[in-house]
Design a binder for this molecule. Structure first.
Ligand SMILES: O=C(O)C1=N[C@H](C(=O)O)C[C@H](O)C1
Length: 298
């Protein structure tokens, strides 16, 4: 079970590879996860936004969780499973399934589409927290349409079983305030704000970019943690142009394309309504990668 003390560093929300027919491609999944866990990451996240959770069925989620547990069994890397939907009852049911399968934590997003009140958001998290497994709350208003207020975040973070927050609110305001007043740990989830989030008190990042650049993300975090702030910033700024390209079209389409180019997954297929990246972005990514090797700065 994930503890607050284990929430730091780089958590990687892995992609869910699909074959050309749109079925989960387990071989590719295993290949990509093995490559990621060969780096010293702090956590693996299955069925997050990057894992295309809105189109992954409960049976597929179970398959991915079981496969991930096998891959992680000789490591101490915790397994976080995205179980949040826009419906409280199905969120609770998925969280119970994840708990029964041995997940260390459930990642629960603010319910999307319905635009609940702050009271409704709090009640949703209270129900998820009652399942008993550690919960990481996930705020991403650019996707869900509703943001947690600071007071709501505080109330949720005070609940038993809620161990931390993944903050994709689009700025460092929330983390700054939470950390200033003492809070459970926060992971930054906006890749392009990673350095700013660390500087504002985030304990680490949950970064889709780390599917493609795990070592580079870890290097930024390690430099920051050891007090080498200029080095961390330099390494972050080196990664920033590619981060911007990876988010130029909807995540995880660019990440999947890069992984398929690197041979880590067989196909960049996404499930509709998500589609593969444009030819223009393919060209931008290819020429950026060709012209700019990301080198370690020591
Ligand atoms: O899947 C995730 O976790 C993340 N999703 C965000 C998004 O797709 O908007 C980005 C972040 O890297 C982590």
């Amino acid at each position: 079970m994930l503890t607050e003390q284990q929430i730091y560093g780089i958590y990687v929300p892995v992609v869910t590879p699909f074959n050309a027919a749109g079925e989960v491609d387990l071989d590719s999944y295993q290949r990509n996860v093995k490559n990621i866990i060969n780096n010293s990451i702090q956590g693996l996240v299955v069925n997050g936004t990057t894992g295309e959770s809105p189109t992954v069925t409960v049976n597929e989620m179970q398959l991915l969780v079981n496969t991930s547990r096998e891959l992680l069994q000789s490591t101490s890397i915790p397994l976080v499973v995205g179980t949040g939907t826009n419906d409280t009852a199905s969120t609770v049911a998925r969280t119970e399934i994840a708990a029964n399968l041995g997940a260390d934590c459930a990642l629960v997003v603010v319910p999307y589409y319905s635009r609940p009140s702050q009271e409704g958001i709090i009640a949703h998290f209270r129900k998820a927290a009652e399942v008993g497994i550690p919960i990481m709350a996930y705020d991403i208003p650019s996707r869900t349409g509703t943001a947690m207020t600071l007071d709501t975040a505080r109330t949720i973070l005070e609940m038993n079983n809620v161990v931390g927050l993944k903050d994709c609110s689009g700025s460092s305001k929330m983390v700054t305030e939470l950390v200033r007043t003492g809070s459970k740990p926060v992971l930054g989830g906006d890749d392009s704000l990673f350095y700013e989030m660390l500087s504002s008190g985030a304990a680490g990042g949950m970064l889709a970019t780390a599917n493609v650049y795990p070592a580079e993300c870890i290097r930024i975090y390690e430099a920051f943690k050891s007090g080498q702030f200029d080095l961390a910033k330099e390494n972050f700024e080196q990664l920033l142009p590619i981060i911007r390209l990876l988010f130029k079209e909807s995540n995880p389409a660019p990440i999947k394309w890069m992984l398929s180019q690197n041979g880590l997954i067989d196909s960049d297929t996404l499930r509709l309504p998500m589609t593969s990246i444009s030819t223009a972005l393919q060209q931008e990514l290819s020429s950026y990668v060709q012209d700019n090797a990301i080198e370690a700065t020591a």
